[in-house]
Design a protein around this ligand. Structure first.
Ligand SMILES: C[S@@+](CC[C@H](N)C(=O)[O-])C[C@H]1O[C@@H](n2cnc3c(N)ncnc32)[C@H](O)[C@@H]1O
Length: 264
């Protein structure tokens, strides 16, 4: 087959799976496409087709199983980190690996970090690998399956007790960490802004850094950022320095962004 739709691969050289974005025009060729993907990549054992957008609090999506091994759990390798997951049960996007590395490279020794919405622990593991002198990463996740994977990933990467995995809602679980963190990471682009109060409460009284993810139309971005900064200034009475980074395209003229906000 010459032309096949786009797909992403999650996993390692030993075992991986492919996830296909199948446009309608290919519907009667799904099996041939899956066979072609298995032929092209010797490590790919299963092929899944996306059948829904990400949804619900766990931000998972529905897939249709097309071909191969029904067991879709894999170990994904990302910048030296080993991440076990099943995309049918938890959120994971291999495309965000570069962004995780960008954040990890900013961490200084002795930082205490609140990692909200931590999923399978991908940010936490990358940070502790790149900055072994980090003091603590409190890693909060509400999906019990993702939480179990996070615990296993911490063990698998031999990261000892630097990462504290916490199961539950950020709204409740952050309370014990008020005033104790140097940095808060908020990778829940559609809703993270609703938790900005909680993030500010977690920061030490001298201030700190918040990485806020959001999805926004290009033409609305500047105003959105200004409004957020004004709101934060009012709430915290602090000075704010902020930089906006485009993480990935999301739809025509709509992108995922990270706003790095320093409060001092
Ligand atoms: C967009 S995913 C990001 C996961 C992970 N940080 C990553 O980059 O792979 C957001 C995660 O936040 C979790 N989540 C959503 N709302 C939450 C809440 N209120 N408290 C804790 N976790 C939440 C979801 O279950 C999901 O795993």
């Amino acid at each position: 087959m010459k032309k096949i739709p786009s797909y992403e691969i999650i996993g390692s050289r030993e075992k991986a799976l492919a996830i296909v974005d199948m446009p309608d025009e290919f519907q009667d060729k799904e099996r041939q496409i899956a066979e072609e993907i298995l032929k092209r990549h010797k490590n790919v054992r299963s092929v899944l087709k996306k059948v829904s957008a990400r949804k619900g609090i766990f931000r998972t999506r529905e897939y249709e199983f097309l071909l191969g091994d029904k067991n879709t759990e894999v170990i994904h390798i990302e910048h030296g980190c080993r991440l076990k997951l099943d995309p049918q049960k938890v959120y994971f996007s291999p495309r965000e690996g570069t962004e995780r590395l960008r954040i990890a490279n900013q961490i200084k020794p002795n930082e205490t970090i609140m990692l909200m919405f931590s999923g399978i622990g991908s940010y936490a593991i990358m940070i502790s690998k790149k900055q072994p002198k980090v003091k603590k990463i409190i890693s909060v996740e509400i999906n019990p399956v993702a939480f179990e994977y996070m615990k296993e990933n911490i063990r698998m990467n031999r990261l000892g007790d630097k990462i504290l995995p916490v199961l539950g809602n950020v709204k409740e679980k952050c309370k014990g960490w008020h005033g104790k963190c140097d940095r808060v990471i908020m990778p829940l682009p559609r809703e993270a802004f609703k938790f900005l109060d909680v993030a500010c409460d977690c920061l030490k009284s001298k201030g700190g850094i918040i990485h806020l993810y959001l999805i926004e139309r290009e033409e609305n971005l500047q105003k959105k950022v200004k409004d957020l900064v004004d709101e934060l200034k009012k709430k915290t009475k602090k000075s704010i320095d902020c930089k906006t980074k485009k993480v990935s395209p999301y739809a025509p003229r709509v992108n995922k962004y990270c706003i790095d906000i320093e409060l001092f």
